[in-house]
Design a protein around this ligand. Structure first.
Ligand SMILES: [Zn+2]
Length: 424
């Protein structure tokens, strides 16, 4: 049966049924949502209920079930090789969440597992992973399970101190669900021997809808530079200070807030810059602004271009400080490098999407995903995005056309076949 993977006609011989995925997503919604939306918050009873339901769904494929040291749920179909192709998603949701975020990825993966199992022994072992606590909704830290597996989790002391809104300590909640924080990094063993990682997700943004395309390939996740830019001028009376004698801190912030549009356009290739807030002191109508604290967020998929965004903004700020006879200082708040996905898999994903939907589009991801953690661990990774209606997610009105959900299952299936060939 292994020869089927080298043929182009598997779809005629086995039953991939994408409409079953739509039906199962609705079944899950019945089981774990209320009138306000999905309630599958990680480390709760409803989440455990969703995971038990998932286990029942996968059981007929013969895939074995395990929970790792970080609470991630793994389903394994042994292949001719122990090297594994991983397909991932997350069953947890935010409170009052939608019917697709995270669980579409997992349930599409279940449908692919069924098809692969029906065909016989695949050339690589195929593993479906339901990452624990992608959303971080209860304790305010995202990507728990995948960051433990990738080894990037380095904030165990902080995790130990975190509590939920009711004062429950995070380690206690973990223990209730069989996870010992001190052993969580042991989940990394599950990534040993991983050949590639695939993840399907709703876009959660407006790009594919604006292009009228159902599906796109994700190039990677944005790098981010976040700074506090503080401008220092001189407080002076609004009535008695002539215009040309003012040293107005807000003037510097205002100029920079507009200049970042030019900077983003100049650097291009999807660059985005946001001045997300300015706090003025003394902040009264009768005084020129003495201090303006400005928040700046800059993002790019390319590390050199991200650095260029920052450099241009700094240069502009110094120019504006001279023009306004004020001072400016920069303080880093947070940064992360861009995480590019795998070139080979991006090309295969493009092919898979074109076969299913006729046209593809390449786009970066603004939000981080479990896939970013897997890519950081050095495993070739790619994501597929399916169009989100109105770009909305993390709300019960999150939606995708059912036809597009079905396309996405087909695209993940085609990509799986291509990846099994390419990485075998
Ligand atoms: Zn998600």
């Amino acid at each position: 049966m292994g020869g089927l993977y080298r043929g182009a006609s598997y779809s005629q011989c086995v039953a991939l049924d994408p409409s079953r995925t739509v039906a199962e997503l609705k079944e899950l919604r019945e089981l774990t949502a209320d009138e306000n939306g999905a309630q599958r918050v990680a480390w709760t009873e409803t989440w455990e209920q969703a995971r038990a339901w998932l286990r029942e769904k996968v059981a007929p494929t013969g895939a074995t079930h395990e929970i790792d040291e970080a609470g991630n749920q793994w389903f394994t179909l042994p292949g001719a090789s122990e090297r594994a192709l991983l397909i991932g998603g997350h069953m947890d949701s935010v409170p009052n969440g939608g019917w697709l975020d995270g669980c579409l990825d997992v349930l599409a993966g279940v449908e692919v597992l069924r098809r692969v199992a029906e065909e016989g022994t695949p050339p690589l072992t195929v593993r479906l992973v339901d990452w624990a606590d992608e959303e971080g909704a209860r304790f305010g830290r995202s990507l728990f399970g995948s960051s433990a597996a990738s080894g990037s989790m380095a904030d165990q002391d902080e995790i130990r101190r975190r509590t939920d809104a009711n004062g429950v300590r995070w380690p206690d909640a973990l223990a209730e669900h069989g996870v010992d924080l001190d052993r969580a990094l042991g989940a990394g063993r599950r990534l040993e021997g991983a050949a590639a990682y695939l993840e399907l997700h709703i876009e959660q943004g407006p790009v594919l809808e604006s292009l009228d395309l159902p599906l796109g390939v994700v190039l990677g996740t944005f790098g981010v530079e976040r700074h506090l830019v503080t401008w220092h001028g001189q407080a002076a009376h609004s009535g008695s200070t002539p215009m040309e004698q003012r040293r107005d801190a807000l003037a510097g912030a205002a100029k920079l807030a507009l200049e970042i549009r030019q900077i983003a356009a100049e650097v291009g290739d999807g660059a985005v810059c946001t001045s997300g807030g300015v706090v003025c002191k003394p902040g009264i109508v009768t005084s020129v602004v003495e201090t303006a604290e400005q928040l700046l967020d800059q993002r790019h998929l390319d590390a050199a271009k991200l650095a260029r965004l920052l450099e241009l903004a700094r240069e502009a700020s110094e120019r504006f400080a001279r023009e306004e006879r004020i001072e400016v200082e920069w303080e880093p708040l947070w940064r992360i490098d861009p995480i590019p996905f795998d070139e080979t898999l991006i090309a295969l994903a493009d092919e898979a999407i074109r076969e299913v939907a006729g046209a593809s589009h390449r786009l970066p991801s603004g939000p981080l995903h479990d896939a970013a953690e897997v890519a950081r661990a050095g495993i070739p990774t790619v994501m597929l995005f399916v169009q989100s209606l109105r770009g909305l997610s993390h709300t019960k009105v999150e939606d995708t056309k059912e036809e597009h959900v079905e396309f996405s299952v087909q695209a993940l299936d085609r990509l799986t076949t291509k990846a099994l060939e390419a990485f075998a």
